[in-house]
Ligand binder design. Structure first.
Ligand code: GLU
Length: 304
């Protein structure tokens, strides 16, 4: 399959269409991003790779990191993590407080903010130096020592982080946060601030397309079964309360972030990252979703 021709054609056509989306502004630092950036990069399990547009520009991956923090926690703690959080779609906004009360502080899944906060708490309890150890894990799976947290973005989110602060305290009141809430929040904000380009992001997620193994290196990051489960969670919970629509239109597991990035995985074939900062009303990148819908339609390949 010649992905290059298809990617170039869709990218060119979409560049010229009207984009009704809006850049996320609740994190002041993110509002400064050029809204018209548009990059795409595919990394294939067999070693092929191709990118177009702003695919080498770094952007804030935000919630996409939740998949990586889940991966490390699952690797270290196995099935025991499911006593602290669930794996059902929430059907509510990513930062909703509502369900937590009836669910007695057990978040619906690891890809909403509440679940990601519990995952950060578990990592703090088991790692010697959580911020450094997590960064080392991301660097290792991506084969990229240059990956860093963005202190500016983390600080900017901290200042405006009222809802996340409320979520963390609310969960703690039910006894499902073990550590100091400030420590959990700092780690959460820092993890969300990691910056990657589409090229780096698609490469980082390739092990989810390859049964848990980093292609070419033989390094097994997760078991086949763990990757199956994380891919299932991405499929059902990866796109806020638009995950059903995303599955319907695109048909691939993945994760989006309010920085405008989306990464998708086609098991056995590839990982693809698309970035365009203008978001639709549900918080997913308008253009990235359009791109991916056209991509799976034109290639006639999805998981369904
Ligand atoms: N750091 C962001 C927040 O907690 C992540 C949101 C997202 O990308 O969905 O609000």
């Amino acid at each position: 399959m010649d992905y290059k021709v298809i990617i170039d054609e869709i990218h060119k056509n979409l560049r010229e269409t009207d984009n009704p989306g809006k850049v996320a502004e609740y994190i002041p630092e993110l509002a400064k991003v050029d809204p018209d950036k548009f990059g795409v990069h595919i990394s294939e399990v067999n070693g092929g790779a191709y990118g177009t547009g702003n695919y080498r520009d770094k952007f804030s991956i935000q919630s996409i990191v939740k998949v990586l923090s889940l991966a490390l926690t699952y690797k270290l703690r196995g099935e025991s993590i499911w006593s602290r959080l669930g794996y059902e779609p929430s059907g509510t906004a990513f930062n909703s407080l509502v369900q937590l009360e009836s669910d007695r502080g057990i978040p619906k899944n690891p890809l909403i903010n509440a679940g990601a906060l519990v995952i950060c708490d578990i990592l703090i309890s088991i790692l010697d130096d959580p911020e450094q150890d997590f960064l080392d894990f991301v660097r290792e799976v991506s084969d990229n020592e240059s990956i860093e947290y963005s202190m500016n973005i983390a600080a900017s989110e901290r200042v405006a982080g009222y809802l996340n602060i409320a979520l963390c305290n609310f969960i703690k009141s039910f006894g499902n946060i073990e550590n100091d809430t400030d420590q959990v929040l700092d780690f959460y904000f820092k993890s969300c601030s990691i910056e990657l380009s589409c090229e780096e992001l698609s490469k980082t997620f390739l092990f989810f397309a390859n049964g848990g193994q980093k292609p070419g290196t033989g390094g097994q990051v997760l078991t086949v079964s763990q990757v199956k489960r994380i891919n299932a969670i991405m499929q059902t919970c990866g796109f806020y309360d638009e995950s059903g629509d995303f599955a319907f239109r695109v048909g691939l597991p993945g994760k989006s972030g309010i920085g405008g990035g989306i990464v998708d995985v086609h098991p056995g074939k590839y990982s693809i990252a698309v970035w365009s900062p203008r978001l639709n009303k549900k918080g997913n990148s308008y253009l990235a979703m359009e791109f991916l819908e056209q991509f799976t339609t034109k290639t006639q390949m999805s998981i369904f």
